[in-house]
Design a protein around this ligand. Structure first.
Ligand SMILES: *Cc1c(COP(=O)(O)O)cnc(C)c1O
Ligand SMILES: [Zn+2]
Length: 415
């Protein structure tokens, strides 16, 4: 917290003290807050060399840019330090100059959400709370449950999930020992029930969209990517978009880095939504208030018909001179298979939606042939095996007989 100067409302600008339990502006409906830093002071006291010399590879290595007290105990899971790959094969296929892939599905509970949940565990302690609650379509919840479990029984997670959550995510929650409430209804209804319960029992609130600190956790994805790319940013940076916190967080990280002189330009952000649930794309295109939509997509992690952080997301994308694009479920499924086959990276539907959007944006000339892009795979494919099987089809079935196998191989051209 050494460099945090306070919070401000993104709607009216009103300023608040950075209290761990301050979530929203008192004066505005949906008055989402943003954390402010003293960049001059950070610049004077922290350098790229200091960062390089820090042996902690987890997200906490960026502590000067995080709203935490240094002494607060961190969850034990090693969140962050996910790998980046250069994929000339896919760059050529998409018709762009260079393609960097960051696989954030390799976080400890297998999604980018670990970055926010690790932060929630820290902020809950700073608020003297032992129980943290959230409603989630899956990954926010499973990451919270895992990070809480890593505290060794001293904290507890209560999770509200809509009943459509994929089996892998639900299994994670139960294995990590959370109290799991499966709400017979939509994400929206699960969200409201959790909000009421949080109020009633006074738990810490890990609902990412309204908790300003969690976006600060998510921003470590771009802090980390920038460091891994040795501060040479690509022309475009691509994320799938649900509630809007991830892309807004990614922008905040880039903004911070520019303010302290670690990077000299912010890449253009490409936000990708599913065709069957694209309220933020719509608001981005019309410039109007967000209109709630249905949630018709297999990409459960971005199926958010009433996103709460849409304004922060839209502004982030605009401020970066970015774009938004929608992809169909078929394009997502095809990309799951294509990515897996050509790179060995296995993403869940929402995890690869960004990649599907990148391909489409390149085909439409939004991303040009001489431009480079980085895309973040936000969640691992093993979380949602049912859709992976839809994407990938069936194995060859054969009796244990070499002649029959040979006949099938000849027929299918396998050599
Ligand atoms: C949460 C999530 C997203 C989108 O993040 P938002 O903050 O909701 O926009 C994308 N992919 C995966 C796998 C996620 O879990
Ligand atoms: Zn306000």
């Amino acid at each position: 917290m050494k460099y945090v100067t306070g919070l401000h409302c993104i709607k009216c600008g009103k300023e608040y003290e950075a209290d761990p339990e301050r979530y929203l502006c008192d004066d505005c409906e949906d008055g989402i807050l943003d954390v402010d830093y003293d960049y001059q002071k950070i610049m004077a006291e922290w350098s790229k060399e200091d960062l390089k010399a820090n042996p902690d590879q987890r997200i906490w290595r960026f502590e000067p840019l995080l709203p935490i007290k240094p002494e607060t105990e961190k969850p034990k899971l090693a969140v962050g330090d996910t790998p980046v790959y250069n994929s000339p094969v896919l760059a050529e296929e998409f018709g762009i100059k260079k393609l960097i892939i960051k696989d954030d599905g390799l976080n400890p509970t297998a999604s980018l959400k670990d970055r926010a949940s690790a932060m929630a565990v820290v902020k809950a302690q700073e608020a003297d709370a032992k129980t943290v609650a959230c409603s989630s379509t899956g990954n926010a919840a499973s990451s919270l449950a895992g990070n809480i479990a890593s505290m060794g029984g001293r904290m507890n997670a209560v999770i509200f999930v809509p009943d459509r959550a994929p089996a892998g995510k639900l299994a994670q929650l139960l294995i990590y020992g959370a109290d799991v409430v499966s709400v017979k209804g939509s994400y929206e209804e699960a969200f409201y029930l959790s909000a009421e319960a949080i109020k009633k029992w006074g738990w810490y609130n890990r609902n990412a969209a309204i908790n300003p600190y969690l976006v600060e956790g998510k921003k470590t994805v771009s802090l980390e990517l920038a460091e891994q790319l040795e501060w040479e940013m690509p022309d475009w940076l691509v994320f799938s978009v649900g509630d809007g916190c991830t892309i807004a967080g990614a922008y905040k990280g880039l903004y911070d880095l520019k303010q302290i002189g670690f990077i000299d330009r912010i890449p253009r952000l490409l936000g990708v939504q599913a065709e069957g649930c694209a309220p933020i794309t719509e608001a981005f295109r019309t410039g109007e208030e967000l209109e709630v939509t249905a949630e018709n997509t297999i990409a459960d992690s971005i199926a958010v018909g009433k996103p709460r952080n849409w304004l922060k997301a839209v502004r982030a994308i605009r401020d970066s001179a970015g774009e938004m694009i929608n992809v169909s479920d078929d394009q997502i499924l095809a990309m799951m298979r294509n990515l897996g086959k050509k790179t060995g990276i296995f993403g869940e539907p929402a995890g690869v939606a960004g990649m599907a959007g990148l391909k489409k944006a390149a085909a439409e000339g939004i991303i040009k042939r001489d431009q480079s892009a980085a895309v973040v795979i936000t969640g691992n494919g093993l979380k949602d095996v049912k859709n992976a099987r839809r994407a990938a089809g069936n194995p060859i079935e054969v009796e244990p007989d070499l002649e029959k196998l040979t006949a099938i191989f000849v027929e299918q051209g396998v050599t």
